[in-house]
Structure formats: C-alpha cells, structure tokens
Design a protein around this ligand. Structure first.
Ligand code: AGP
Length: 606
C-alpha cells in the first residue's frame, strides 16, 4: 500500500509534494514524510500519524529544493513510527516505496555484513543501501538503480533522489502502479494520476518492470532490460477540484447520500430513453459462456456474491465466485471460453489484480467493473463496464457498492435476454424496478434519524450478528463488515438458515441481531429463525417492508419498515440501512469514520 509522489522542476518541490500526498492519503495514513535536495544534500522531514502532523512539522522546519519525493504510509514491515516513516535514506540516496520487498531479510544481512547501518525495521531501507553500495563502487545513479532493481524480489513503485544530482529523479515499478506526469517545465511521479491532477493531465503509465529518469524538461523510460522505450502519453480526464464534504460531517455520510444520483448515473449509459437495456458491445457472447468467475475483495466481493445469485437465477449461468486473495493460490482450472468478472472500486487492489492476471493467463475474457477508469485493473481488462460513482473518499465503501450492484444486475439481465432464460416482460419489470431504486433509496435516506437513534444502543455493545437469506445473505456480510471496519464493534454476517448450526450459541439478551428480511418467498423461513433468536432472549432488529413489519414487528426488539421493492432488487435497497447504522454507531463511539484505524482505501499489497 502507501502512496508516493515525486517532483523535479524549477519551483519549490515541497508544496507540490504535500498536495500530492493529501490526494494519496486514502492509500494509508500511518505516517508521512518528504525529502528534497537542498544544495545537493538530502534533507527530510517525517512524522508519525496523519499528514496533518507532517504539515505542522514542515511549518516549523520548511524544506527547500526543486527536486523531492514524498510518501504516505500504510505500515507493513515495522510499526507506524517516525523511524519507520519514508523516505529512507543514506548520505547518497533517498527512497520512497509502495509495495513489499520479499527478499529484504537476505539483502539486509548481506548489506549489514558490508557495514551498512540500518535505522528502521522496514523492507524499504534495503533499497537505499543497495543503490548507495553500488554507487560507492563507482556506478552512476542510473547504473546503481538498474543493478539494484534486479536484486529485488516482490512488488514496488519507487521514487529515488540522489545527493549531488539536483537534476535527476528516478521512478521505477514492478507490481505496484506508478504514473508519470509531464508538465511545462517540471516532471512528476505519483502512485496515481489523481495525485498529479492539479499539476498536469498528461500522464504516462509505466509498464511492469519499467524504470524512468525524470529531468525538468524530459523523461527517459527504460524497460526491465534497460532498453530505452516509448510509452504513450494519455490525457487524463481527472479533475483537480478539491473534493469536499459539502454540508456533511463525514465523506462517508456524503457518499451514502449520493447513492440515488450515483445509481442513476451508472445506469444512464446502459439504458435507452425508453428504459430498454443497452449495454456496450461485449467481447463474448453470453450464449457461449460455459461459466462465469467473479473475483474481488471485501465489499466488492459481497457485490460479486449478489451477482452470482442474479446470474444463476436470471440467466441460468453457472458462476464461481472467490475472494481474489484465495483464488489463484488454490490453482483452480478455468473453462475454455469462460469469462471472469473482476470487481474493484479502486482498480488497484493487488490481490484482485493478481487474480485477474491468473484468469487472463488461462484464456478467460476479462470484464471489469471499476470506479477508476485509468486504474491498473481497467487497463488490463478486455472490457470495462464502469461504475460512475465519482471519487469515493471514505475508507468504508458505500456508493461504489451499490453502483457495482447496479452494473451486475444490468449485466445479468443482458445475459438473461441473450440466453433467452427470462421472458422479455420479466426483464423489463426488473429494469423498471432497478430504475426506481434511486427513489426508494431516497425514502430510506429520509429515515436517517431512525438509524441514528438505533445506533445509540450500539454505544456499549461488543458483538452484533447480521442475518439474511438468499440475496440478503451477502448483505448481512456487508452490514457486518461496515460495522466492524468503522465502529470497531465485532460483527458477523451469516446466512440466517445457518444460524442453528453454530452461531445460535452466541445469542443472549445482550446480542443485537440484525435481520434483513423483506416479505419475499424466504420470509416464512426467516421468520422461524427470528423466533429462534427471540425465544433465547436475543434483541432482534428487523429490517423489512410494511408487510413484514405488520406481520412480526410487534414481537421483536425493534422493527424498521423500508419501502417495498421487487425482491430481486432488494440488495440495493437494504445496503443503505446497514450503512447508516454502521455510520451512526461509529459516530456514537467517536471513531475516525473516514479513516478508520489500520485500514487504507486502496490495498496495493498482497
Ligand atoms: C470496504 O468498506 C472496504 N474498505 C474494503 O473491503 C474494500 O471493499 C476492498 O479492499 C476492495 O477494494 P477495491 O474495491 O478498491 O478493490
């Protein structure tokens, strides 16, 4: 994980580096630091904690110099202390790094034997010492870097400064992403184009194994064999607007409230004015797809699990789904002519990207559902069907999730239509229900105070159980994930029918149990599960529609009536109450809602 930036130009580097880091803080916020060359000497300032601590330190101790690098950290090797904060440096070299050097122990032992003194517990510090060691043996910065890169195993995006070389900045990547920005009389590097957006929209994405020399007026790119290569300059459409919270107290709340417009925006390119389905031309025919494989992590994987139910029920298409981090290591066979759907908000999740490559190498067509069109996953796909959610800043994914569901349902309907598995009238009815979801979500949002009030009761609880059946089972897991990641309350999501096989032992009068149970075909079954909980004194919080609440609301601890919808679109609606409940529980408990501890928005390490 982590975010890196670099600048070389005629102006002072520090202001650009800080602005770039602010835009990359979603990648980690355990510590931050910058280094510049001042009169050829490496100077650096680092601080533990959020970027604001670094900003304060720099006010007292400003750094000057027109070439510099910066880093915002999500700790992997070594605690989140100042000593472990990047940049890591010697008297010759300073390095910022996103990724993991897997052979750092051997390299460190080798370098320590040669007399190098290490001052951190990080894997990154070996890079600074390796390059310095090469330079002490007479190599130029370029030769020293190229030789060091060949000794590294693992993933990295790097920014490197060299003492005495005010005219040079080197960037390199393998596994982790790195974007280079072309300015009028400055060049930039950053973990993504968003970091560079205020400065330039002319972006080159390094390919795996590339390294680049950045000068004030030009960039020279080398491939992994050191051959000079040309890489395309893209014009990025990212805006440099500062993304604000508007009237909301947190980005997460703003993003929850954006869902009606995000779903509309995501749907718009996929339907005609007369509400008919109009997906982009796909590089495969649904009729010939023997099996779909859906791969993702975290919240995106729960969207994928809902997708599995939709593709199977509506299009009679067999679907395998797995967490991207598990998938490739179990070495599953993949069918000829198969399609892999890759889901990711950031488009940079390392596990998901690795799973994509596994599927691609096994001949699968890759369809990705991503929110960042220039991301690594988007660029590695055969086709991208985007979620048009706009930047999602809160670490807890909300609007990206419902946008992913929107795309998945549209794709499942397209598959059903092509495969002739549903009558046209049913497809049209579902599409109409989907188009109406923004209005229905609007009514849930108008009931925010109900969830705010319910969350007061989560002030002192230590565990919560979320239960649902069928399409609501993935939502139970999503509700539990939302709650634990931002409120730090232990929560579990379970299929309601499975409760009696173990989790029922947890039920006592202190345990809130959130049931998601619209009055659909599974309602009677879920009702039995609700009774099993109330009989044991559990505190049932029922989320249902009017019919469901009328039937059993009086017999549970609390019941909330949500709008009635076609059961097939219910996951989109039921996402919102569990988001609001988690949000308000986190507020009640006083946690950092948008930047919860130990997490980062984009997880670019395996
Ligand atoms: C969700 O709230 C999480 N923070 C996390 O599970 C996230 O969904 C996961 O890391 C996948 O990220 P991606 O969608 O950017 O690939």
């Amino acid at each position: 994980m982590c975010g890196i930036v670099g600048f070389i130009g005629k102006k002072q580097a520090a202001p650009f580096l800080l602005e770039g880091l602010r835009r990359l803080e979603y990648r980690g916020y355990d510590s931050a630091g910058i280094a510049t060359l001042d009169g050829g000497k490496i100077t650096k300032v680092r601080a533990q904690g959020h970027l604001s601590f670094l900003t304060e330190k720099l006010k007292k101790n400003p750094l000057s110099g027109c070439v510099g690098i910066g880093h915002t950290r999500w700790a992997t090797h070594g605690k989140p202390t100042e000593a472990n904060a990047h940049p890591h440096s010697t008297d010759l070299v300073a390095v910022v790094h996103n990724g993991i050097i897997e052979n750092y122990r051997e390299l460190r032992a080798l370098l320590e034997n040669k007399g190098c003194i290490f001052t951190s517990d990080t894997d990154t510090e070996v890079i600074a010492h390796l390059i310095s060691d090469n330079m002490r043996h007479g190599m130029t910065p370029q030769q020293a870097t190229s030789a060091a890169l060949k000794q590294l195993d693992g993933a990295f995006a790097l920014g490197i400064l060299f003492a005495g070389h005010d005219d040079l900045l080197i960037g390199a990547r393998r596994g982790s992403p790195l974007a280079l920005g072309h300015g009028a009389d400055a060049m930039y590097l950053g973990s993504d184009a968003l970091a560079l957006a205020p400065q330039t929209n002319k972006i080159t994405y390094l390919e795996d194994g590339d390294w680049a020399e950045l000068y004030t007026d030009r960039i020279v790119i080398h491939d992994s064999s050191d051959v000079v290569v040309e890489r395309k300059i893209h014009t990025s459409s990212l805006t440099n607007d500062v993304i604000g919270k508007g009237p909301y107290s947190h980005f997460m709340l703003k993003e929850i409230f954006e869902q009606p417009s995000v779903i509309k925006a995501t749907l718009e390119p996929m339907i005609t004015k007369d509400h008919a389905l109009a997906l982009p031309a796909l590089p495969f025919n649904w009729k010939n797809v023997p099996r779909l494989t859906i791969l993702a992590c975290g919240t995106a994987s729960y969207a994928g699990l809902v997708g599995k139910y939709w593709f199977e029920q509506l299009a009679q298409l067999p679907v395998e789904i797995d967490l991207a981090s598990e998938f490739r290591y179990r070495e599953p066979p993949m069918p000829q002519g198969g399609v892999a759907i890759i889901i990711s908000q950031s488009g940079e999740t390392a596990d998901t990207l690795a799973a994509l490559h596994y599927a691609k190498e096994r001949g699968q067509k890759i369809l990705s559902i991503v929110n960042v069109p220039q991301s690594s996953i988007a660029r590695a796909s055969d086709i991208v069907v985007p979620t048009l959610a706009g930047p999602e800043i809160g670490v807890a994914s909300t609007k990206a999730f419902t946008a992913q569901l929107t795309v998945l349902l549209a794709l499942a309907l397209d598959a059903a239509r092509t495969r002739g598995t549903q009558p046209d009238s049913r497809i049209q009815d579902i599409l109409t229900a989907l188009c109406d979801i923004p209005n229905k979500i609007g009514s849930v949002l108008r009931q925010e105070n109900v969830f705010q009030e319910l969350a007061q009761g989560f002030d002192t609880v230590s565990d919560v159980l979320y239960l649902g059946r069928g399409l609501l089972y993935p939502l139970a897991m999503e509700g539990a994930l939302k709650l634990k990641e931002i409120s730090y309350i232990h929560a579990e999501g379970y299929p309601a029918g499975e409760m009696k096989h173990g989790p029922i032992a947890l039920i006592d009068e202190k345990l809130p149990v959130v049931f998601m149970a619209p009055s659909d075909v599974l309602f009677e079954k879920t009702l039995s599960n609700i009774q099993e909980v109330t009989a044991r004194g559990g505190k049932v919080i029922l989320l249902s529609d009017k019919k469901g609440v009328d039937a059993i609301g009086a017999s549970v601890f609390r019941a909330v009536s949500l709008p009635s919808v076609d059961p097939i679109v219910s996951p989109l609606l039921y996402a919102v109450p569990v988001q609001l409940l988690a949000y308000h529980a986190a507020v009640v408990r006083g946690t950092n809602v948008d930047q919860p501890r130990n997490l980062a928005k984009s997880v670019t390490v395996e």
